[in-house]
Design a protein around this ligand. Structure first.
Ligand code: ATP
Ligand code: MG
Length: 173
């Protein structure tokens, strides 16, 4: 059995057009901290942490059994989470987003993957290690979520990279 572990998480990728709009707005706001690169913008659904490489096939097969609806995601609040994570969050969480998270959590539990016990908090991180909390309102950033992705997170000399290992469609309701 391979000893190698992969650092994995399921997420919604931010589509390129919305990522460009979000970064253009963010970079005008003088938001403190270390800006998240445009290509890395995402909303985490489930963080698996280190998983044996040998489990990857089972995870890919499991994800293919998720059949929840596509939905519209609107990020409209600029917030600070924890110690200096500046984020965009939805004021209203679409039930289809919660169903997707629930479907993944249930299936991961069945595979023996224990998730963080903290409740799901939908957010897209814009900046880290910020010392000041922004107070301004955010515009609405919306897109139609029609897929979810399994990423491998890799730390490199250039910073963290997320490799897309699989992508699954969400069907129109
Ligand atoms: P780095 O930690 O190298 O600065 P990163 O936080 O972007 O970069 P990861 O730590 O691999 O990369 O995290 C990937 C995603 O999973 C991020 O959205 C991160 O916020 C989330 N995440 C990381 N650890 C946890 C955790 N314990 N519980 C929930 N989500 C987590
Ligand atoms: Mg991290």
């Amino acid at each position: 059995m391979s000893e190698e572990n992969l650092r994995l998480f399921f997420a919604l990728p931010c589509p390129p057009e919305q990522a460009a709009a979000i970064c253009a707005w963010r970079d005008d706001q003088a938001i403190d901290g270390r800006a998240v690169p445009r290509d890395n913008l995402h909303l985490t659904l489930a963080f698996l942490g280190a998983q044996p490489k040998d489990h990857l096939d089972a995870l890919l097969q499991m994800a293919a059994t998720v059949q929840t609806d596509s939905f519209s995601l609107t990020l409209d609040r600029l917030t600070t989470i924890g110690k200096g994570f500046i984020c965009l969050q939805p004021s209203n969480t679409n039930p289809a987003l919660l169903q997707l998270v629930e479907a993944l959590s249930e299936r991961l539990a069945a595979l023996g993957v224990i998730l963080d016990c903290r409740p799901f908090l939908p957010h897209l991180t814009l900046s880290r290690q910020a010392r000041s909390r922004p107070q301004q309102p955010a515009p609405d950033f919306s897109w139609h979520v029609d897929r979810f992705v399994l990423y491998r997170s890799r730390n490199t000399e250039d910073g963290v990279h997320y490799d897309e290992l699989g992508s699954w469609p969400l069907a129109a309701p």
